[in-house]
Design a protein around this ligand. Sequence first.
Ligand SMILES: O=P(O)(O)OC[C@H]1O[C@H](O[C@H]2O[C@H](CO)[C@@H](O)[C@H](O)[C@H]2O)[C@H](O)[C@@H](O)[C@@H]1O
Length: 258
Amino acid sequence: MPAAINDAPNSDEIPDLDPDRSALFLDFDGTLVDLVDTPDGVSVPPDLSGLLDRLHAALSGRLALVSGRPIKDLDSFLPGFPGPVVGGHGAEIRVNGSTERHPFAGSDAFTDIRIRATRIAEDHPGTLLEEKATGFGVHYRRNPADQPALEQALQAIIADHDDLELHQAKMALEIKPASVNKGAATRTLMDHFSARHGIFMGDDASDEAGIEEVQSNGGFGIKIGDAPTVARHRLPDPVASRALLKRWHITLSGAETP
Ligand SMILES: O=P(O)(O)OC[C@H]1O[C@H](O[C@H]2O[C@H](CO)[C@@H](O)[C@H](O)[C@H]2O)[C@H](O)[C@@H](O)[C@@H]1O
């Protein structure tokens, strides 16, 4: 778990990318865009898609999104993103237009959990059930006092399923396949890219596995926000993340503006 907290105050201390060997892995919520009250309420800056497209080209394609969201959400927020996309914390991976999905998607267990999680959410006013392709999120940002009761009820419904786990996200409890995580997904994509220098940017506990993966192979992680982390670098918020992406694009491309 967390080895050290890095207090790097701004992006000037973060190294530039290497155009020939860096591979960049980006979380979405809390890293590229601000957290808001509901999953559907996210606001995507109008210049973000274009910036990611240009960075993708400047890195010869070695840029991926690695999110807890389903891939279809990422497609709607960042339409046309050209690189690989990981959804469901690693339970879905799309590379070159071909998607692999954990078998929990569409299974009898998935249907069972949906029915029981729906009842639990209905029993706790102010909570919101988010159905994803490979899991569920129960959001309690509008009713944080119910977290302990929700956790107990959700633990009970996954207890019958060996390959499921309950993940504590930001103001949400998520049911996901236990065998997937962002570290394994990042390793898969590092192999796909034939890259040896990975950079992972993320804000949440599930991003730590991706950060550990790149740092164990000579790269570095950047934690967004002030939570404990193993990352070597830190930025305060998504505004600073996007500023760093712009700086990287300028240095990679030689352009004067991003
Ligand atoms: O891995 P990420 O891309 O960071 O996705 C993590 C989860 O993000 C979303 O939930 C979070 O953001 C919501 C919108 O700002 C916020 O309302 C919620 O409290 C946060 O937990 C998303 O809804 C989940 O599916 C993702 O797993």
